[in-house]
Design a protein around this ligand. Structure first.
Ligand code: C2E
Ligand code: MG
Ligand code: MG
Length: 269
């Protein structure tokens, strides 16, 4: 397997799939250069007020036949080839501009969440990228959240830690994505200045059918609460799950119950 932090996209480890991969890489690279990507947005709703407080930016790769390649298919390749740095810069810029425009028109308090790959920390320029995106959009730092998956944070602690600290000092906040799928060690989250936990969809979707699972979610919420972390449940699809989460004291939610990710122009806030 080509590791996340290796930048060679073509080496001896590659097997039969490598020609396909190489072709896909070339398309990906070309798409980054010619800015063929799109950002969709999904609301994150405060469960107390029912209001959308954050929108999460989610990458899409539109194809000429009208279909869409999902990020799960191309992000790993963008990471292993290093293209993610350039692509990620575009995402941060675009998301900041979008959020700033909405704050001027309909949602003055809105924040935007951007997913990051740990590879984006490798060149040490992330903070610069973030600052210039905020500047360019005239967006306050506290309107930007950066999401990092729990499993990625297990890899590369030291290098990321100091950069996250300076981002935090800037006012940008960090959320742990897909929480529950890694080691779920809440203690280490402090080292990353995380302010928010997003409980992975797999726990949320089993909430109304599996009693053990409910205990796990309850425990996560209790621990996060005592550490002063904000909790978001991902993947809420129905009323029953929503009311269970409200009962358990969850703060915010995201999922098809409210909206799928949609193009910015179709977002209703
Ligand atoms: P994520 O950050 O955990 O995003 C949530 C994913 O769950 C999204 O998938 C979203 O469409 C999906 N989802 C939301 N609500 C529901 C629901 O109620 N039910 C179900 N079944 N699914 C729901 P998507 O858009 O395919 O993105 C997949 C992953 O790709 C993201 O997971 C994130 O890790 C990654 N990703 C997306 N955009 C970017 C990006 O700009 N940069 C990086 N590095 N990764 C990205
Ligand atoms: Mg996310
Ligand atoms: Mg997630």
């Amino acid at each position: 397997k080509v590791g996340r932090k290796t930048y060679h996209f073509y080496d001896t480890e590659m097997d039969e799939g490598s020609e396909d991969k190489f072709a896909l890489f070339q398309q990906l690279h070309q798409a980054v250069i010619s800015q063929q990507f799109a950002l969709y947005y999904q609301p994150i709703v405060d469960l107390r007020s029912g209001k959308t407080v954050v929108v999460e930016a989610l990458l899409r790769w539109p194809q000429s036949d009208g279909s869409m390649i999902s990020p799960d298919e191309f992000i790993p390749l963008a990471e292993s080839s290093g293209v993610i740095t350039e692509l990620g810069r575009w995402v941060i810029n675009e998301a900041c501009l979008f959020c700033a425009a909405l704050r001027k028109s309909t949602a003055p308090e809105l924040k935007v969440a951007v997913n990051l790959s740990v590879v984006q920390f490798a060149d040490g320029k992330l903070q610069q990228t973030v600052e210039s995106a905020l500047d360019n959009a005239n967006l306050p730092a506290n309107a930007l959240e950066l999401e990092l998956t729990e499993s990625q944070l297990l890899d590369d602690k030291d290098q990321i830690q100091s950069q996250l600290k300076s981002l935090d000092e800037l006012g940008v906040s960090v959320a742990i994505d897909d929480f529950g799928t890694g080691y779920s060690n809440l203690g280490y989250l402090r080292h990353f200045n995380a302010r928010k936990l997003k409980i992975d969809r797999s726990f949320v979707s089993a909430l109304t059918t599996d009693a053990d699972n409910e205990e796990i979610v309850k425990a996560i919420i209790t621990m996060a609460d005592s550490l002063g972390l904000e909790i978001v449940a991902e993947g809420i699809e129905d009323e029953a799950t929503l009311s269970k989460l409200i009962t358990l004291g969850c703060h915010a939610g995201q999922g098809y119950y409210w909206s799928k990710p949609v193009p910015g122009s179709e977002l209703s806030l």
